[in-house]
Design a protein around this ligand. Structure first.
Ligand SMILES: NC(=O)C1=CN([C@@H]2O[C@H](COP(=O)(O)OP(=O)(O)OC[C@H]3O[C@@H](n4cnc5c(N)ncnc54)[C@H](O)[C@@H]3O)[C@@H](O)[C@H]2O)C=CC1
Ligand SMILES: O=C([O-])CC(=O)C(=O)O
Length: 261
């Protein structure tokens, strides 16, 4: 599997190390990197035996089968459809871009036309398998997400003394207000009740050091409660380590003949 990377921050560097150096994806290699930072990315490309591209067109015509986006929602909006038009599979970390139903539809159409696929990893949360099963006979009635992070992981603005609710509303509105923090709400919505019907609360809490996500749901299957206490990535407290692991796991599972879950 020949892979291309859009963005090369925390998750990108994790993937370069895990795939190109530590060989956690047998037969896989990140061979092309596209970013807007020529100097630092050329250096990284050299270190991990990949090729750096400063323009998206030559990146997309390079010899790759699948593109991994690990940049931002804006970057995903700008490049995702181009990736599918160029007949490459796509794995998105900035899943928030899929909150836009028209965009999701266009992506689906391009997939059908060009026989390519989009992968949306579970990221920093879990329990999506249960929501998908619950939804199979329209039996899912309620889904909510409560995200609790240290203030530094949510806002640059103030240092808080007490826990503070920063947001309460739909997943659609949450991703508009917190595009760097709540991609998990959109994958949860896609697996469950959609962006308008998925309830989100975001709390900045000076008493926690981990990124905590609590998912609660109920329906004809029963009740669901999943709580994840995520260790943050060492160099970016906004991002949970599990988000990086879930991208690697999605790539590993993609090739398996026996699919689990
Ligand atoms: N699904 C999930 O559970 C999670 C998803 N994310 C998503 O993953 C993204 C990456 O996370 P990190 O690596 O921790 O962020 P980061 O901030 O460490 O790295 C992002 C990189 O993307 C680059 N970039 C930004 N705009 C770009 C553009 N237009 N073209 C090319 N490169 C561009 C930046 O220069 C930076 O190096 C986040 O922005 C977020 O959207 C993050 C955490 C969890
Ligand atoms: O990493 C996390 O805990 C969640 C996150 O930032 C996101 O969903 O964008």
């Amino acid at each position: 599997m020949k892979l291309g990377l859009i963005g090369c921050g925390n998750i990108g560097k994790f993937l370069l190390q895990a795939i190109n150096k530590d060989e956690f994806l047998p037969g896989g290699k990140i061979s092309s990197i596209y970013t807007r930072r020529k100097e630092s990315s050329s250096q990284l490309a050299k270190e991990f035996d990949a090729q750096f591209y400063g323009d998206i067109e030559s990146f997309l015509t390079s010899d790759i089968d699948l593109v991994i986006e690990v940049a931002t929602i804006e970057a995903a909006r700008e490049y995702a459809l181009k990736v599918l038009k160029s007949e490459k599979d796509l794995l998105l970390s900035s899943i928030g871009v899929m909150a836009d139903a028209t965009f999701e539809e266009k992506a689906g159409e391009l997939c059908r036309k060009n026989k390519v696929r989009v992968f949306l990893p579970s990221g920093a949360i879990g329990g999506l398998d249960i929501l998908k099963s619950a939804k199979a006979v329209n039996g899912l009635k309620s889904v909510s997400l409560t995200t609790r992070k240290p203030p530094s992981a949510l806002t640059e603005a103030v240092s808080l003394e007490n826990e503070t609710i920063l947001f309460k509303g739909s997943a659609a509105e949450a991703i508009k207000q917190f595009p760097r923090n709540i991609n998990v709400a959109i994958v949860l919505s896609l697996a469950g009740l959609g962006v308008e019907n998925t309830k989100v609360t975001i709390i900045a809490d000076p008493n926690v050091v981990k990124n905590n996500h609590l998912i609660e749901a109920w329906g004809s299957f029963g009740n669901l409660k999943v709580e994840i206490e995520n260790d943050p990535m060492p160099n970016n407290p906004k991002t949970s380590y599990l988000a990086s692991l879930s991208i690697l796991a999605t790539l590993q599972n993609k090739e398996r003949m026996v699919q689990i879950g």
